[in-house]
Design a protein around this ligand. Structure first.
Ligand code: F6R
Length: 265
């Protein structure tokens, strides 16, 4: 795992977008794993900007989102399908048929989860997985105690997650669906590369647990310590409780891979 600390949330989002753009230019058929949430909005804004100003081509890539709420239709204003269409898919040249989210309205949810896993495998596996972290340490909707080898399945959301996501549902946690389909921790760990974006003071303590604490299903993001190629891009506020800050900065300044990103530091 590597931690990259940038001055603010805008630069952190730019970094994530530039890494995605670089991967996509190197492999036009990239299979992207996508996350939703407020943190990721800025990264998608930057990606759309790169598409408009530099012609970044999405026409051959395909996408698989981490999760979708159960019980709200795709055209519901708060569905993750709607979020992705509005924030990214409708703003770039990706064919809709190449974009995938679990169907939270499927009659047989278990079958839908198996189908989703199989479609990721059929696409060749996820090349680059974008992630955020929940206030309870979740990645995707893998809430505390999720098995670290779990696959796509139904999951009940914690009160902390309902609280975190309430602003998108008019501010009341009671309006947030209580269940979701999510890729499992094991599904996420199978990606070739993982890139987590974490910003803001409110995520500082959980980020420190995920990155520097023990690997535990109580903080499913800590399982990323097992990922062979995981980078965590954070702003100064989110980094404020990390113990190894000086070392992380040193690595970022000295690794050749990051030379082209030094303007963001
Ligand atoms: C949603 C997802 C979640 C979010 C996390 C952070 O698709 O994967 O794990 O990334 O809940 O959400 P924000 O950015 O809204 O704090």
């Amino acid at each position: 795992m590597e931690v990259i600390i940038l001055p603010d949330r805008h630069k952190a989002a730019q970094m994530v977008a530039r890494i995605v753009a670089k991967e996509l230019r190197a492999n036009l058929r990239l299979v992207l794993g996508l996350a939703t949430g407020r943190t990721m909005e800025r990264a998608y804004d930057c990606l759309v900007d790169i598409h408009r100003t530099e012609g970044l081509d999405f026409s051959l890539c395909s996408t698989f989102n981490l999760d979708e709420y159960i019980g709200i239709p795709a055209d519901h204003p708060c569905s993750y399908r709607r979020y992705m269409d509005e924030r990214l898919f409708d703003q770039v040249n990706i064919p809709k048929a190449n974009t995938h989210l679990p169907d939270g309205m499927a009659k047989d949810l278990g079958e839908e989860c198996r189908r989703y896993e199989a479609s990721i495998v059929a696409a060749g596996g996820i090349g680059l997985q974008l992630l955020g972290i929940g206030s309870d340490g979740h990645i995707g909707f893998n809430e505390p105690l999720s098995a670290l080898r779990s696959r796509t399945r139904e999951k009940a959301l914690t009160p902390a997650t309902l609280e975190q996501n309430a602003p998108m549902f008019g501010g009341d946690p009671a309006n947030v669906p209580r269940r979701a389909i999510t890729m499992g921790v094991g599904t996420i760990l199978d990606s070739a590369r993982a890139l987590m974006l974490v910003t803001g003071e409110s995520k500082a303590s959980i980020l420190a647990k995920a990155v520097e604490g023990p690997i535990t299903s109580m903080v499913t993001a800590s399982a990323l310590q097992l990922h062979p190629r995981c980078q965590v891009v954070v702003d100064e506020e989110a980094a404020s409780e990390l113990k190894g800050i000086d070392y992380y900065r040193w690595v970022f300044a000295n690794e050749p891979e990051w030379a082209e990103f030094q303007d963001l530091a």
